[in-house]
Design a protein around this ligand. Structure first.
Ligand SMILES: Nc1ncnc2c1ncn2[C@@H]1O[C@H](COP(=O)(O)OP(=O)(O)OP(=O)(O)O)[C@@H](O)[C@H]1O
Length: 262
């Protein structure tokens, strides 16, 4: 897959953490550049372009040489202001956005939480559990076994036979989270999924994330909620204008990020 190298061999070249944990993801000097067509601005009343140089192909340098290593059992919060490059970094981790320079090495393929693309609004919640489960690589029998737990976790017992389009956005988010979290992921990326749903559901999803992490998984959590980050993460990286601004203890990094925004 473009931009993602799945290789245990390459990872062996990297040092374990101080307490002996193995690196599972190595992000090595990753740059991402998007090429976008800019429309250009017109000078008022003239119909002519005001700034010719803004027309045509423009390059947005979204990540500018990001490097870090993630180890097994870590839960890494990813914070930063809008447009700083967090989602771009996560897309590079799963191989959706190829780096223009640098590389990502991973012990196994990271999964982005969310089976949204596989679900169909016209179908019932129940049928969508089957679709989402198949998309995650489960067999039919396995999905039948997981079904009740998924419905219970999402608390959709009364609605599971109704078309998904009739669900509120919170209910849809709960179903998607419940399906995706039914799998024990080795490397899991959760991008803002916890911002949706109510307080109680948020607490249960945070607990589920901790469980995945305890079962030898590594979790990345992208969020604007510093509370979620502090409640869930063992380490935080702060991305600022495409560079890794800070990487360390959640409390310290969150405090520095908050200070920068005063
Ligand atoms: N598909 C794309 N095409 C062109 N530019 C993009 C694309 N996706 C992101 N960008 C640009 O890359 C930069 C980083 O965007 P990104 O979505 O990674 O930020 P983010 O930190 O996740 O932001 P937010 O907190 O708002 O979700 C921004 O300048 C954005 O405009």
């Amino acid at each position: 897959m473009a931009g993602l190298t799945e290789t245990g061999d390459k990872l062996n070249e990297f040092m374990p953490s101080e307490d002996g944990r193995k690196p599972v993801v190595v992000v090595d000097n990753v740059h991402v550049e998007y090429r976008v067509h800019a429309a250009g601005r017109k000078a008022p009343g003239t119909g002519r372009s005001l700034l010719n140089r803004t027309r045509g192909l423009r390059t947005v340098h979204a990540l500018k040489g990001v490097s870090f290593m993630a180890y097994e059992n870590e839960s890494i919060g990813v914070i930063g202001s809008n447009g700083s490059g967090k989602s771009t970094l996560m897309r590079a981790l799963v191989g959706l956005t190829p780096p223009s320079q640098g590389a990502v090495y991973a012990a196994s393929r990271p999964n982005m939480l969310g089976v949204g693309a596989a679900l169909i609004p016209e179908l019932s919640g129940e049928k969508n559990i089957m679709l989402g489960g198949l998309a995650l690589g489960f067999g039919k029998a396995e999905i039948d076994e997981l079904r009740d737990d998924i419905v219970a976790f999402a608390e959709l017992e009364e609605f599971i036979d109704l078309p998904m389009r009739t669900y509120s956005s919170g209910m849809q988010a709960r179903l998607k989270f419940a399906i995706a979290a039914s799998k024990q992921h080795e490397i899991l990326i959760v991008d803002e999924a916890l911002a949706v749903g109510d307080q109680r559901f948020r607490q249960r999803s945070e607990a589920r994330i901790r469980e995945i992490r305890e079962n030898a998984g590594t979790v990345f959590l992208v969020s604007h909620s510093m509370k979620s980050i502090l409640d869930t993460c063992s380490r935080v990286i702060w991305i600022n204008k495409g560079v890794l601004q800070m990487d360390g203890e959640p409390k310290e990094v969150v405090a520095a990020y908050r200070d920068s925004r005063k």
